[in-house]
Design a protein around this ligand. Structure first.
Ligand SMILES: [Cu+2]
Length: 68
């Protein structure tokens, strides 16, 4: 299990937070996810045997946000 906090640019409102959270939590390797618009962070607890940090970043990018 691994817990990461990514800096993510491009979130504008609460829907953005929910979109990112729901998208990540829709992946079976993700235990929990949360996004914070004000801090520009996305926190993810995930099974690192099944998915990598790089893949998570890519998933966030694929829906239009910009992980640093
Ligand atoms: Cu938004």
């Amino acid at each position: 299990m691994k817990n990461i906090k990514l800096k993510v640019n491009g979130m504008h409102c609460q829907s953005c937070e929910m979109l990112i959270r729901d998208m990540l939590e829709g992946n079976k390797a993700v235990v929990s996810a949360s996004a914070d618009l004000k801090k520009k962070t996305v926190t993810v607890l995930f099974n690192d045997n099944k998915i990598s940090t790089e893949e998570l970043r890519k998933m966030i990018e694929d829906i239009g946000y910009k992980p640093e």
